[in-house]
Design a protein. Structure first.
Ligand code: RUQ
Ligand code: CUA
Length: 659
C-alpha cells in the first residue's frame, strides 16, 4: 500500500512537471486565428444554445448564449434579487421559506435540465441549495423559479439535483452525514460512527406539471456523498453516488478523510427501492420541511410545511445499495451516454477509474464481494472495473461526453481539460485552462444525446486574465470548439458568482417550446388584482390599507391618495395592465425599506410599505417604459393618527381638499 502511494506521488510530481512545462505563456498563444469568428454572433442574430450556469455562492442561475458568451438573464433561485424584486414582493417571499424560516441567500452548485428518454427536453432546469438543503425547479417557459422543496435529514446538499432519464426523480445525497432529524441530534460529535447517518432523497417529478414530492429517502452509513449521476439506457434504474470520508472522520478531514486508498461509488438500484416502497417497507419518520410552489394564476407563492418522510434502510434491504471501491476521495461521478461506463474522479488519485455497468451486474450476480461497509456489500474493485486512464493529469474533478466515444475531464490542480477515449482509455488531447477549472459542460454532455460542438470550462481562478477589481476577481468560463480532433479555445467570458455545473440546450428547444410573452389579464386570479382602471381603489381594513393599483403607459391609477395615517400598513397591489411583450412597469415609493417591484404585463405584485413619518411621499415607475416614463408618478399623503382626512383616491381629477 505504502509503495503504491509513493508511486502515486511520483506520478503526480512527474505529471506536474510535464504539464507546467507545456503550458502556454498567455492565452494569446492558445487562441487560433479563426477563434473570434467561431464565437462571433452578429448583432441581431441569435445564439445556437442557451447556457444555464450556476452562480455558486450567489444562489442564482445565469443564462448565457453560446457561443457568444453574452449574458441574457440572472434568475434568482435561492436568493433575493433586487433586479427582479424577487424576495421583496409579498408574493415571492414564501418561495424562500424553509423549516428554519426565511433564508434569503444560499449556495447553488449544480444545474440539471429535465430529460425525456435521456435527452434534454427544454422544460425545466433544477438547481440545488447546498447550505440549507433544497432543490429548485425553474420553469423555462417563464425563466422563473417555480418550486422549491426542502430536504430533511440532510446537510450540505451537494450530490444534487441529478435526474433520471425520464425525469422520474430528481435525486439528492447529503454531503454531511448528520444524526437524522428523527433521532436525537444532541450527541457528542465524536460519536460520528454510531450516530451519524447519510440520507439520499428521491424527489418525484410530476410528468405534466413538474411538481415535486419527496417520494422516499434511503438511509446509509455516515459518509460524505459528493456527486451523483443517474444510469441511462441499460443502466436506467440505477443511480451512482461518489462518497468520500468513508473513514468517518469528524475532525480535520483534510488529513483524516484522506487516509484510505479507496473510497466508494455507491450504486443504488432505485427500481428495487421503489418495489420496497410499494411493498410497505418504508418507515414513516417525523421530520419537518418546507415545500414552496409558485402559482402562475395568482402570481403568488405558497409555502406548506410537511412533516413526514418514508425511509428505507440500506443495511437491512441488502439489494438496493452496493459499494464500488474508487480511488481516492472521488468527486465527480459521471455516466457516459450509453450508460455502460461510470467514471469516478478521485481528487487525490493519479488515474481515473472507469467502471463497467455490465461487469458490476455480473459481480452482483456472482456475489464477488470483498465484505461489507456498514451492512452494504462491497464489490471487488477489479470485478467492476473497465479500466483506468493512466497519467491523465492532476486533481480530476468532472467528466462530460461528446457522444462520439470521447470523455473530457477537468483537472483542478494541473489546470487543464483532458480528452480521452472511453473504450481504449487513451489520452487523446489536453488543453490548458485559465485557471483551476472546476466543472465543465458540453451541451447535453451528461445525457444520452450530447450535442457536442462546444465545451465550456468553468474556472475558479482568473488572476491575470481580466482588468483587476480589487481583492475579488472575476470568475470565468472558457469556450472550446471540440468539433475537430483537437480542442480549440475560442472565447473567455466572466461569470456571475462562482460557476459550478452548467447545462445547455439548443436555443430552439426552449425558444419554441411555448415560452410565455406576457400573462393574460383574464387569467389573473390574484385576490387583489385590479383588471382595469375602473377596478382601481383603496380599501381600509383596520390599520391595513390595500391599494388596488393599475399601471399602464404612462400612469398609475390612482395616482393621488390621501387619508393614510401613521401606524398604517399600506399594501400596494400593482397590476400591470399591459398585454404586450417586454413592457414591465416598476414601482418604488420613498422610504420603503423593502426594495421595489418589477411587474410583468398581466401580473399583480405587492409592495408592503409602512410609513414612518407624517408627510407626502412620491412614488414612481422604475422601468423605462415609454417616452413619458418620467411622468409615470404619483403622491400619497400620510397624516397623523386620528386625523380627520378621509380616505380618498383619484386619477386626473382633484379630490376635495381636506385641511
Ligand atoms: S462541485 S467544482 Cu459542487 Cu465540483 Cu463545483
Ligand atoms: Cu412604467 Cu416607466
Amino acid at each position: 500500500m505504502k509503495n503504491k502511494f509513493v508511486q502515486a506521488i511520483l506520478v503526480i510530481a512527474l505529471g506536474s512537471a510535464l504539464v507546467t512545462s507545456c503550458k502556454p505563456k498567455s492565452s494569446g498563444d492558445a487562441v487560433s486565428g479563426d477563434a473570434a469568428e467561431k464565437a462571433y454572433v452578429a448583432p441581431g442574430k441569435y445564439d445556437e444554445f442557451y447556457n444555464f450556469v450556476s452562480g455558486g455562492f450567489s444562489g442564482q442561475l445565469s443564462v448565457y448564449g453560446l457561443p457568444s458568451g453574452r449574458l441574457f438573464r440572472v434568475i434568482p433561485v435561492f436568493s433575493v434579487d433586487p433586479e427582479k424584486g424577487w424576495g421583496y414582493s409579498e408574493e415571492t417571499k414564501p418561495m424562500l421559506n424553509t423549516s428554519h424560516g426565511f433564508v434569503p441567500w444560499d449556495d447553488l452548485h449544480h444545474t440539471e435540465m429535465s430529460q425525456t428518454n435521456g435527452e434534454v427536453d427544454g422544460r425545466w432546469v433544477f438547481g440545488n441549495a447546498n447550505n440549507t438543503p433544497r432543490i429548485a425547479r425553474i420553469d423555462l417557459k417563464t425563466f422563473k423559479t417555480a418550486e422549491i422543496i426542502e430536504l430533511p435529514n440532510s446537510g450540505g446538499n451537494h450530490s444534487s439535483p441529478f435526474i433520471t432519464e425520464n425525469t422520474e426523480y430528481v435525486v439528492a445525497g447529503t454531503r454531511f452525514s448528520v444524526p437524522a432529524d428523527y433521532s436525537n441530534g444532541d450527541v457528542p460529535i465524536n460519536t460520528y460512527k454510531e450516530n451519524y447517518k447519510g440520507h439520499i432523497s428521491f424527489v418525484s417529478v410530476d410528468k405534466k406539471s413538474g411538481e415535486m414530492d419527496l417520494a422516499f429517502q434511503i438511509v446509509t452509513p455516515g459518509v460524505n456523498f459528493d456527486l451523483s449521476h443517474a444510469g441511462k439506457g441499460k443502466s436506467h434504474g440505477w443511480f451512482f453516488f461518489s462518497c468520500y470520508n468513508t473513514e468517518q472522520a469528524n475532525t480535520l478531514l483534510e488529513v483524516n478523510a484522506s487516509q484510505k486508498d479507496k473510497d466508494f461509488i455507491m450504486a443504488v438500484n432505485w427500481k428495487k427501492a421503489e418495489e420496497y416502497i410499494k411493498a410497505g417497507k418504508g418507515k414513516k419518520q417525523k421530520v419537518k420541511y418546507a415545500h414552496n410552489t409558485w402559482d402562475e394564476h395568482t402570481h403568488s407563492a405558497k409555502s406548506v410545511m410537511k412533516d413526514e418522510v418514508l425511509v428505507l434502510d440500506a443495511s437491512e434491504l441488502k439489494d438496493i445499495c452496493y459499494m464500488i471501491p474508487c480511488p481516492k476521495s472521488p468527486h465527480g461521478c459521471d455516466v457516459d451516454p450509453t450508460g455502460e461506463f461510470i467514471v469516478g474522479s478521485g481528487k487525490l488519485a493519479a488515474l481515473i477509474p472507469v467502471f463497467s455497468f455490465d461487469k458490476m451486474q455480473a459481480a452482483i450476480k456472482g456475489k464477488k464481494y470483498e465484505g461489507d461497509y456498514g451492512g452494504i456489500p462491497v464489490i471487488k474493485y477489479e470485478e467492476a472495473l473497465h479500466g483506468e486512464v493512466q497519467k491523465p493529469g492532476l486533481g480530476p474533478l468532472h467528466t462530460e461526453f461528446d457522444g462520439k466515444g470521447n470523455a473530457y475531464t477537468t483537472f483542478f490542480v494541473s489546470s487543464e481539460v483532458v480528452k480521452w477515449d472511453i473504450k481504449t482509455l487513451k489520452v487523446l488531447d489536453r488543453v490548458a485552462t485559465y485557471y483551476s477549472v472546476g466543472h465543465l459542460m458540453i451541451p447535453g454532455g451528461d445525457s444520452k444525446k450530447p450535442f457536442g460542438k462546444y465545451l465550456v470550462a468553468y474556472n475558479k481562478i482568473t488572476k491575470d486574465r481580466y482588468l483587476p477589481t480589487g481583492p475579488e476577481l472575476a470568475q470565468s468560463a472558457q469556450i472550446f470548439d471540440i468539433s475537430g480532433d483537437k480542442m480549440k479555445l475560442i472565447l473567455d467570458f466572466p461569470t456571475i458568482g462562482e460557476p459550478h455545473y452548467a447545462q445547455a440546450a439548443p436555443a430552439d428547444l426552449i425558444r419554441n417550446n411555448g415560452q410565455l410573452k406576457f400573462y393574460k389579464l383574464e387569467d389573473n386570479k390574484h385576490p387583489y388584482a385590479a383588471k382595469g382602471e375602473k377596478e382601481a381603489k383603496v380599501v381600509r381594513e383596520g390599520n391595513k390599507v390595500h391599494v388596488y393599483m393599475t399601471s399602464i403607459r404612462s400612469h398609475f391609477a390612482p395616482d393621488n391618495i390621501e387619508g393614510v395615517f401613521l401606524g398604517d400598513e399600506v399594501y400596494f397591489h400593482v397590476t400591470n395592465l399591459e398585454q404586450d411583450w417586454d413592457v414591465p412597469h416598476g414601482f418604488a415609493i420613498k422610504g420603503a425599506n423593502n426594495g421595489e417591484l418589477l411587474i410583468m404585463p398581466g401580473e399583480t405584485t405587492t409592495l408592503k410599505w409602512v410609513p414612518d413619518r407624517v408627510g407626502t411621499f412620491p412614488f414612481y415607475c422604475t422601468d423605462f417604459c415609454s417616452a413619458l416614463h418620467q411622468e409615470m408618478q404619483g403622491y400619497i399623503r400620510v397624516s397623523p393618527k386620528g386625523s380627520n382626512v378621509p380616505l380618498q383616491f383619484s386619477l386626473g381629477t382633484n379630490v376635495p381638499a381636506t385641511k
